[in-house]
Structures are given as structure tokens and as C-alpha cells.
Design a protein around this ligand. Structure first.
Ligand SMILES: [Cu+2]
Length: 126
């Protein structure tokens, strides 16, 4: 969770796209202050657990269910502070994840991240 990523984007998760294996855990590190990590509702696989960290809280999230997980920093959601974690090779829920309404810069940023999702997934048409 950083105020500026290596590409110069303000308010980001770095890396914002991550591919892991089922059973892996991810730690959200509070490199800069004022951020959190929280699931975007509608952007997790069916049956998967959601998470919600407090501001400045470093949380460790375990991922067992395969699929696409979209998450945000609550205060900087509309500034495009969002991320995707792909667990395993399943992209089954990417289409439904793409239908979630996102505010401001979160929409184009999420489209960039969805484009990085492997295994035949495609970027949104708009
Ligand atoms: Cu933030």
C-alpha cells in the first residue's frame, strides 16, 4: 500500500495484480500510511471469504477458493487504488467481476488489471 508506485501512479497497491496458488496467503504491507485493503463486493468468487482491514492495518489473507478477487483501499477507491489477486487458473468469475460499478479512476485502473488476468480473459470492451 503506497502513496506512489514505481510507474508514478498516486495511491496504489504495488503490485496491483498478483497471481498466486490456492492455499497461499497475501500480506498487505502498510508501506505508506493512510491506506487499507478491503474486498470489493461482487468481485470475489462464489463461496470465497471477504476481508476488511482497518486503516494502516497490515493484514494477512489466506486464499483457498480459486478465481478473481478485486479489492480496494476505501479512502482512495475513487482515485483508482484497487487491485486484483488471481488464485489459481480459474477465471470463472471475471465476467461478473467486470459488471461491478466502480467509481472514478477505479474503473479504468481495474480495466488495466483485468487485462493482465491470464487464461483467455479479456479486457472490458469500454
Ligand atoms: Cu489508499
Amino acid at each position: 500500500m503506497v502513496n506512489k508506485d514505481p510507474e508514478g501512479r498516486a495511491m496504489q497497491f504495488d503490485p496491483a495484480y498478483l497471481k498466486i496458488a490456492p492455499g497461499d496467503s497475501v500480506k498487505f504491507v502498510a508501506t505508506d500510511k493512510g491506506h487499507n485493503s478491503e474486498t470489493i463486493l461482487g468481485m470475489v468468487p462464489e463461496g470465497a471469504e471477504t476481508w476488511k482491514g482497518k486503516i494502516n492495518e497490515e493484514i494477512v489473507v489466506a486464499f483457498d477458493v480459486e478465481g478473481i478477487y478485486g479489492y480496494k483501499c476505501s479512502p482512495h477507491f475513487a482515485l483508482g487504488m484497487v487491485g486484483i489477486i488471481q488464485v489459481g487458473d480459474s477465471t470463472e468469475n471475471v465476467d461478473s467481476a467486470e459488471t461491478v460499478k466502480l467509481p472514478g479512476k477505479a474503473k479504468p485502473r481495474m480495466a488495466e488489471l483485468v487485462a493482465q488476468v491470464g487464461d483467455g480473459a479479456t479486457a472490458p470492451a469500454d
